[in-house]
Design a protein. Structure first.
Length: 224
């Protein structure tokens, strides 16, 4: 993980970045860099992660997991699409722009972390402590999907996740359905009702306060 962070830092240096930090965290290092040599121009913040899902079971790989191999026009290796491939694309694009013009045409900030696959705990702390430092006009995240090969795609929204553990307490032992059925509510019935009530028939979330603070898209005006 530390070698991967250093690799990111070295490539940012090759792309003309002079302000580069390899930030130690409680888990894996986070790499931050900035190039603010374009006064008056917009600032774009790039985000990515260098960590990947475990490669095991290794015996199922046709080629070594961490040795990129080209087969039938595709690159096979752990992380080619999540998210080392995208990180590599951004770094090489920035490097090409720098080599072509001697500088970047806009202001650029880069954050590449190493804990995305395990919850980005250290990233959350870094962002909370560096809000002004990370301020930008646009955020580019390429840890997303494409519609198809050769089809440019822009993902403009992603759903967040919340995790809950629900425990229902019922009878201590099995109850005869012929004697107790209908009189004693089945815990499974209660649980399914809870899930069913989370959305209405139009799939709108019915949890009170869920939409508070969310701006809605303006309605399209009727055609004349």
């Amino acid at each position: 993980m530390e070698r991967a962070a250093r690799w990111v830092a070295d490539n940012l240096r090759s792309a003309g970045f002079s302000a580069i930090e390899v930030v130690p965290t409680e888990m894996h290092p986070l790499v931050y860099a900035e190039s603010l040599q374009a006064p008056g121009k917009p600032t774009v913040l790039f985000y990515g992660h260098y960590d990947v899902q475990p490669a095991e079971p290794l015996h199922l790989w046709t080629s070594p997991a961490f040795e990129p191999t080209v087969r039938d026009g595709n690159i096979y290796a752990r992380g080619t699409a999540d998210d080392k491939g995208q990180v590599h694309i951004h770094l090489k694009a920035l490097q090409a722009l720098h080599e072509l013009n001697g500088k970047l045409p806009i202001n650029v900030k880069v954050v590449i972390e190493g804990e995305e696959e395990v919850g980005s705990v250290s990233l959350w702390n870094f962002v909370q402590q560096n809000k002004e430092k990370l301020a930008a006009d646009a955020l580019v995240v390429s840890d997303t999907s494409m519609l198809g090969k050769g089809v440019p795609s822009i993902t403009y929204g992603l759903r967040g996740l919340n995790y809950y553990q629900i425990e229902l307490t019922g009878p201590e032992c099995d109850l005869h359905s012929g004697v107790y059925g209908g009189a004693v509510t089945n815990a499974l019935k209660i649980l399914t009702e809870l899930f069913a009530k989370l959305h209405d028939k139009n799939f709108r979330v019915t949890v009170p306060g869920f939409y508070d603070g969310i701006s809605s898209f303006p309605k399209k005006s009727a055609k004349r």
